[in-house]
Design a protein around this ligand. Structure first.
Ligand SMILES: Cc1cc2nc3c(=O)[nH]c(=O)nc-3n(C[C@H](O)[C@H](O)[C@H](O)COP(=O)(O)OP(=O)(O)OC[C@H]3O[C@@H](n4cnc5c(N)ncnc54)[C@H](O)[C@@H]3O)c2cc1C
Length: 426
């Protein structure tokens, strides 16, 4: 058990500082976790290390900005639990901090009758997960809500919202500093060693000492776990680039809020959609193509190390052999703007290639098992002195405040921090 935070026995030197907990990764999950640790144990000496020059530089700053409502996730899963509570908390947080946020509502459209059974399953899941205001609607009502959407039926989630997760991350970082945490950017952890009951975390220029370690490394989460534990976890991160287009300004009135297709349960992240962005404009996408670099935001991005990491994982070949056609179709849509436009036009708005302008891409960190199965739920691995977040795909941005609270609770239960009992969620 780790003792309650005490004044440091010696002043931290520039070369070596002592902390109760080090959180590695300044994405929204790491930031929310550091904040939740401090909420649970005020005065805890928390260090957060981020390799980029600013927070939220990867998935957190390259996503659709949707506050998901909890429609898609298996009842009882951590995704379901954390997204429903987390969405509410995210909206409250944005309101309290005056961050950009708009409730725009979402429709999930069954384009033809073959999609009705899957729509029903979504409705069942959403109801079981307690999604507020969820309603099945017909084609007429769909047109009243989204005049350009077309389908045989749809689900309407009136409370779905859009935010700017990078702004949320920056706000969480400011909040952490105010609460006394040490936040270092441009501080990539390149070495981690457990010795004499403490972690020694090395960056290129400094070594930090912390009693407990929580890693939230997103696209690099498997590598961080390997660095700390000396052996690779049972999953590998495979990066999938999500490419977006933007509707030309004169076409933006085709979309009022969020228009989604019915997802394929085997690949919940597939299926391009329309998203009205909180900063203005309408984004279309994302698709999902294998990326040859973990931070591969462009088609030409390539890293030999990252590519070999994917290709040497048996699970990748199992996944690829089972779903070759799906993967090929995604690549086709990536290179053919007209094919991308056709996938969007299925949902109703009469999009053609000329209506689409290029927009920034994102890269998803998806944990893949050795047997080729995609890890569906959030995955956290606990060791005696550390917690490693190994899978935090969508809706982890929506759910981040709740994930942080659950991780802080878990850290307390595991004895990584003093257990002062749960504190009210803010
Ligand atoms: C295209 C796309 C669309 C999405 N849309 C949505 C959406 O609409 N709604 C939603 O809720 N979710 C969405 N998501 C998912 C969401 O963005 C992620 O689930 C969430 O941002 C994960 O946060 P994270 O902190 O785990 O990861 P990240 O934001 O990737 O942060 C991990 C951080 O760890 C740092 N790091 C890694 N290794 C080290 C190291 N060695 N030393 C120091 N730092 C390190 C990285 O630099 C990075 O900043 C989307 C994701 C993508 C890619």
């Amino acid at each position: 058990m780790i003792p309650a935070p005490m004044p440091s026995p010696r002043a931290p030197s520039r070369a070596e500082s002592t902390f109760d907990v080090a959180v590695v990764g300044g994405g929204i999950v790491g930031l929310a976790t550091a904040r939740a640790l401090l909420e649970r144990v005020p005065g805890l000496r928390v260090l957060l290390l981020e390799k980029e020059a600013g927070v939220g530089a990867h998935q957190t700053g390259h996503n659709s900005g949707v506050v998901h409502s909890g429609l898609y996730y298996k009842p009882g899963s951590s995704k379901a639990r954390c997204s429903v509570r987390g969405a509410q908390r995210m909206l409250e947080y944005c309101a309290a901090m005056r961050l950009p946020c708009r409730v725009v509502g979402k429709v999930v459209v069954a384009v033809d009758v073959s999609e009705l059974p899957r729509l029903e399953e979504l409705e069942r899941r959403g109801t079981a997960n307690g999604v507020l205001g969820l309603r099945r609607i017909g084609p007429e009502e769909l047109r009243e809500i989204e005049p350009f959407a077309r389908g045989v039926a749809a689900l309407h989630v009136p409370g779905a919202a859009i935010v700017d997760y990078r702004a949320v991350a920056e706000s969480l970082a400011a909040d952490l500093r105010t609460r006394g945490a040490e936040l270092r950017v441009s501080a990539a952890v390149v070495g981690a060693r457990r010795e004499a009951e403490v972690w020694h975390l090395a960056t290129a220029s400094e070594t930090f000492v912390a009693r407990a370690l929580v890693t939230c490394g997103g696209l690099w989460s498997d590598r961080l776990a390997t660095l700390a534990e000396g052996r690779a976890p049972d999953v590998r991160i495979v990066p999938f680039r999500g490419e977006y287009w933007r509707l030309r300004a004169e076409r933006e009135d085709w979309v009022r809020g969020l228009i989604y297709p019915v997802p394929d349960p085997r690949f919940p992240f597939l299926g391009v959609h329309f998203t009205r962005m909180v900063g203005g404009g309408v984004e279309c996408g994302p698709n999902a193509v294998l990326a040859f670099r973990r931070d591969g935001y462009h088609r030409s991005s390539f890293s030999l190390r990252d590519t070999l990491a994917t290709l040497s994982w048996p699970g990748f070949w199992r996944l690829a052999s089972r779903h070759l056609a799906t993967g090929a179709a995604e690549f086709w849509r990536s290179y053919r703007r007209a094919a991308f436009a056709r996938a969007l036009a299925r949902l109703g708005p009469p999009v053609s290639a000329d209506d689409l302008l290029p927009a920034e891409a994102g890269v998803r960190a998806q944990a893949l098992q050795r047997d080729g199965a995609l890890v569906d739920d959030f995955l956290v691995v606990e060791t005696k002195d550390s917690l490693h977040v190994l899978n935090a795909p969508s809706p982890a941005a929506t759910a981040s405040l709740e994930i942080g609270t659950e991780l802080a609770e878990r850290a307390a239960r595991a004895g990584l921090i003093p257990d002062h009992g749960p504190r009210p969620r803010t």
